[in-house]
Design a protein around this ligand. Structure first.
Ligand code: PLP
Length: 495
């Protein structure tokens, strides 16, 4: 069966999966969603004999139906290889009575690698399938992790260029170093004077500029997006929810069909949306627990039905979740609006014009699978220390948001369902915040000294991604104002 994709703002036009991957965002500004969510067509007994790569194929073939078996398997093979430091790709481990799904074993030690190591291959395959002649220009706004993961994925991929914008003062020192030392002569990294939302809004504006697109087409370029709105990122993320469920069965933790809660540290709502799709595909997920930091727009949304971005933007120790507009939420809004594009459009217009919208009571009822929670900076810090002390396991600040939200949820509900906490970054990526939770005395020392200490106390090896930036030269130093983003892109493409 051929699965087609439609925009959340106009359901009249449909495109193939490969066209949706190439375009990123629909022309009307909406996000592509599959016309229906397929159900898994292999049973758990069969899945439990499969590797990560084989499970990836079983999941992705149902969504990317215009890719041939050979094409898809080739993309999967190129993505999930020795770039990951474990053959399991996404290992699950127990600590403090719950299970942690470690999504940080890829080349940039954060969960974005799960999707961004395959997206370039999906995209170049899609370009071939659609007879695209122009060079693909990836334009990305990042709150820290996407940028590096996208750069690593696209660096030196023939037929592509990648331009990344990040908030100059809104990412960790390690995150910034990872980006500005990026090699590859098709890579461009630009700091902007503003926050992540400014960067994301700027990128969306450039994508929406039809005049610019036409001018660039004449020069032989076309834009595409590696941001989490791209369906080519969402689909690979469904895989690890299927995989981890299967892993928990293999470990004897779950019985076949037994329900599982998942707790996801959330920013742009991509990761948790993938969990929701996994549930729709037939994986028995009980509650989808959406964990926020002090930028708790989503917590407020799930408790009140009102999405309101009119509030102070708070810089936290979990910067990849410092977001006030969670783009992927639009896909869920569209769904609970009964797939009514007009209705969805009216909420999004309201969000754009007033920064706020309120869903109907009927729509809110359809959110009963979701639970919102948030963690304060204090709670995050305490949780890192607590798990280190109880299990000698060091978690990063983002993962600690999820662990803390889960603890609150458990205390309030006494829900005994087994629970998977999604671990989205290596503690090495946020060593300063992590170490200040465990060893508050070490305030004065450098990031790399902290990293060495972290390795000592946790008994874990320093990841390759960190070793690399110790000595790497800085290759990118462009900074611009948020209003100058388009000009900067035009300058790069006319070089
Ligand atoms: C991107 C990111 C998140 C948020 O994921 P979304 O899919 O945007 O909700 C959480 N933690 C880390 C470490 C991230 O890089």
């Amino acid at each position: 069966m051929n699965l087609l994709y439609q925009s959340t703002r106009n359901t009249d036009e449909t495109v193939t999966a490969s066209a949706a991957i190439l375009k990123g965002l629909a022309d009307d500004g909406g996000l592509y969603v599959p016309q229906s969510i397929p159900t898994l067509d292999v049973d758990l007994a069969a899945l439990s004999k499969m590797s990560y790569q084989e499970i990836a194929y079983e999941v992705m073939k149902l969504f990317l139906t215009d890719f041939s078996e050979e094409e898809l398997k080739d993309c999967i093979k190129k993505a999930y290889d020795q770039k990951f430091d474990t053959p399991q790709i996404a290992p699950v481990r127990e600590a403090n009575g719950t299970w942690y799904l470690e999504l940080f074993h890829g080349s940039t030690i954060a969960f974005k690698d799960m999707a961004l190591s395959i997206l370039p291959h999906l995209m170049t395959t899609a370009a071939k399938k659609n007879q695209i002649k122009e060079e693909i220009v990836i334009l990305t706004a990042t709150s820290g992790d996407t940028g590096k993961a996208a750069l690593a994925g696209f660096a030196n991929v023939p037929g592509t260029k990648i331009i990344v914008f990040y908030p100059k003062d809104g990412v960790s020192a390690v995150q910034e170093m990872q980006m500005i030392t990026q090699k590859g002569n098709n890579t461009y990294v630009i700091g902007i004077e503003g926050n992540f939302d400014d960067a994301q809004t700027g990128v969306k504006k450039i994508f929406g500029n039809k005049q610019l697109a036409m001018e660039l087409k004449e020069k032989g370029y076309r834009f595409s997006s590696a941001n989490s709105i791209n369906i080519g990122r969402l689909v690979p993320q469904i895989v690890y929810y299927v995989y981890s469920y299967v892993e928990l069965i293999r470990k004897g933790v779950l019985k076949e069909g037994e329900e599982l809660n998942v707790v996801v540290p959330t920013g742009n709502f991509g990761n948790i949306l993938a969990a929701y799709y996994a549930k729709e595909m037939g994986i028995p997920i009980h509650k989808l627990i959406c964990a926020s930091n002090e930028n708790k727009v989503l917590y407020d949304f799930f408790t009140t039905g009102i999405y309101d971005r009119n509030r102070e933007f708070i810089l936290t120790t979990s910067p990849s979740m410092d977001i006030l507009i969670s783009s992927n939420l639009e896909r869920l809004i569209f769904k609970i609006a009964g797939e009514d594009a007009k209705k969805n459009q009216s909420f999004m217009t309201s969000l754009k014009e007033t920064g706020c919208y309120q869903i109907t009571p009927e729509m809110k009822k359809r959110l009963s699978d979701f639970v919102g929670g948030y963690a304060t900076e204090r709670q995050i810090c305490d949780m890192i220390e607590k798990i280190y002390k109880s299990d000698h396991y060091v978690i990063d600040t983002h993962t600690a948001v999820a662990a803390s939200v889960y603890e609150d949820y458990q205390t309030q509900t006494k829900d005994g369902t087994k629970t998977l906490i999604v671990s989205t970054a290596s503690p090495y990526k946020f060593a300063r915040s992590v170490m200040s939770a465990i060893h508050p005395a070490d305030r004065e020392i450098s990031d790399f000294e902290l990293i060495d200490k972290l390795s000592d106390i946790s008994g874990t090896k320093i990841p390759q991604a960190i070793e690399e930036i110790r000595t790497a030269p800085i290759l990118h130093n462009t900074v611009c104002k948020a209003e100058e983003m388009q000009k900067t892109v035009e300058r790069i493409l006319s070089e």
